[in-house]
Design a protein around this ligand. Structure first.
Ligand code: 5AD
Ligand code: SF4
Length: 491
């Protein structure tokens, strides 16, 4: 296996060499390095994939930019979980076409979940002929090869695989943040929730070997990463299909031991697979964040069954109670869909009842979007859009109310925040994230980005706080910044 991995990496290295030749030719012709822009749609997994794609582009000699206008190569990493994600891509393709008319050497590439759908490929081949490259989710590791082909081809290069067992380790990566990183622990999903297209576009569940994961995290920690987010569609079933099976809880125990790492997050947990062992590991750990994302989807047992979620409202509530009892300061967030086929106003009331009882710290609410090929899309009793919107508004009001109440509980507390970035609105402020995922804005110097600081949560603004940096006994600190940067408790 290791050998096969090395051979594939060597092959991709040869393609990278070819890409570098083209990049050198570009440089000779235009007198500058070519620029590449990777735009990500969708989830954290896509964001991580984009870091790998960016790593390959950088290794090929491209200068990475966030500006599509400046770019000579634009790559869209797409999402298809709901139809509006698809529509956004089509909309922006029109804009890329206008850029290409001004700059004919511009290469346009599309990859990710949306490209795993034949209907999408047909549409692009018919109506968006200016696209240069299409590939899917299973052959991302061959991007160097596909790039080298695209750079010399006059025709659209299309290479989409139906599936794969392969997990290629140690591809080049260009991280967006130097202090935090996503880490894939598994790919694909076996659950087949009846509304969800993910199992069709991401394939069957495959877990990475724990040794590979730990070694990647150790390297990241040596490189200055203090927070990792373990990524999988259903992390609670991690390791079940490995030759030597291990549980997700055991993996977390091992990640917890990695030196230098300060915070561990993970996403996403399916309620049906969340074990007592996991709750215990979370309870004992000082590194695992006090946050659990636990998608509910619906609070109605009839709808949960039609969704093939394999738990009931009562089981979900009991699970939450168990978690909150073991870890009282944990924040619980969720995903909810309204407008699923057959959903009645009474079903929506059941969902709202769960929202009120659980008191979610935050919830992402979605209007059901039929995805071709999924069982729910073929169900007869589709809910009219108007009614789905009405349900959505009712649900959102309940979610916002409970989220506000939960947020207010932190008022006046002093908590540790990881400074993530400069505040977009006011450059004198930074944005920090608490272990429970709450954001707090406070005055600080940009040198603190990537560092842990103690922050007093002074004012709750619904879903975020404004505050001020303090020392551990609660004294204001921002006036003594110069001294603080090297202070012990920052690290
Ligand atoms: N329609 C609406 N929302 C969906 N999700 C997944 N599939 C659909 C769909 N067809 C939501 C679920 C999932 C989140 C990532 O997206 O709530 O948890
Ligand atoms: Fe989709 Fe369900 Fe798998 Fe999540 S667990 S990716 S909702 S099929």
């Amino acid at each position: 296996m290791a050998n096969e991995n090395e051979m594939e990496l060597a092959r991709q290295d040869e393609y990278l060499e070819k890409c570098r030749t083209h990049v050198a030719a570009f440089q000779a012709e235009y007198g500058r390095q070519p620029k590449a822009c990777v735009t990500t749609f969708g989830c954290q997994m896509n964001a991580r994939d984009s870091e790998k794609l960016s790593g390959i582009l950088a290794a090929a000699g491209y200068d990475l930019t966030d500006s599509e206008e400046e770019a000579d190569f634009v790559l869209y990493n797409t999402c298809t979980v709901r139809d509006n994600a698809n529509q956004r891509v089509y909309g922006r393709l029109g804009y890329l076409n206008s850029l290409k008319k001004k700059k004919p050497h511009l290469k346009i590439a599309l990859c990710g979940c949306m490209m795993q759908e034949q209907a999408v490929i047909d549409k692009i081949q018919k109506s968006y002929r200016f696209v240069d490259l299409i590939f899917g989710t299973h052959n991302l590791f061959q991007f160097a090869k596909l790039l080298s082909e695209t750079l010399v081809s006059e025709k659209m290069v299309v290479d989409v695989w139906e599936g794969t067992d392969k997990i290629l380790e140690n591809l080049p990566v260009k991280r967006k943040y130097y202090y935090k990183s996503g880490v894939n622990i598994m790919f694909g999903c076996n659950n087949f929730c009846s509304y969800c297209i993910v199992p069709y576009v991401r394939g069957r569940e495959r877990s990475r070997e724990p040794e590979e994961i730990i070694s990647e995290i150790e390297k990241l920690a040596e490189d200055g990463v203090v927070e990792v987010m373990l990524l999988g569609q259903n992390v609670n079933s991690y390791g079940k299909n490995l030759e030597h099976p291990i549980t997700f809880a055991e993996l977390l125990r091992r990640v917890d031991r990695v030196e230098g790492l300060r915070r561990i997050r993970f996403m996403t947990s399916h309620p049906k697979d969340l074990s007592d062992e996991l709750i215990e590991v979370m309870r004992q750990s000082t590194k695992i964040s006090r946050h659990l994302h636990l998608p509910l989807q619906s609070g109605s047992n009839r709808i949960l069954e039609a969704m093939n979620r394999r738990y009931t409202k009562e089981q979900y509530l009991a699970l939450v109670e168990k978690i909150r009892h073991a870890i009282p300061d944990i924040a619980i967030t969720t995903d909810i869909i309204v407008g699923f086929p057959g959903e009645t106003p009474e079903d929506v009331e059941e969902t709202i009842d769960v929202v009120r009882r659980v008191q979610f710290d935050n919830a992402f609410t979605f209007i059901y979007s039929p995805r071709t090929g999924t069982p729910a899309a073929a169900m007869e009793n589709q809910v009219p859009q108007e009614r789905a919107h009405e349900s959505f508004d009712r649900l959102l009001a309940a979610v916002q109310e409970t989220a506000r109440e939960r947020a207010a509980l932190l008022q006046g507390k002093v908590m540790e925040a990881l400074v993530e970035e400069m505040n977009e609105q006011d450059p004198a402020f930074v944005t920090g994230r608490l272990s429970n995922n709450m954001l707090v804005h406070f005055k600080a110097d940009r040198r603190l980005v990537g560092k842990f600081v103690m922050v007093a949560l002074d004012a709750c603004h619904g879903f975020y706080y404004t505050g001020r940096m303090v020392d551990q006994i609660g004294q204001s600190q921002h006036t003594r910044l110069g001294k603080m940067v090297d202070n012990q408790w920052l690290n």
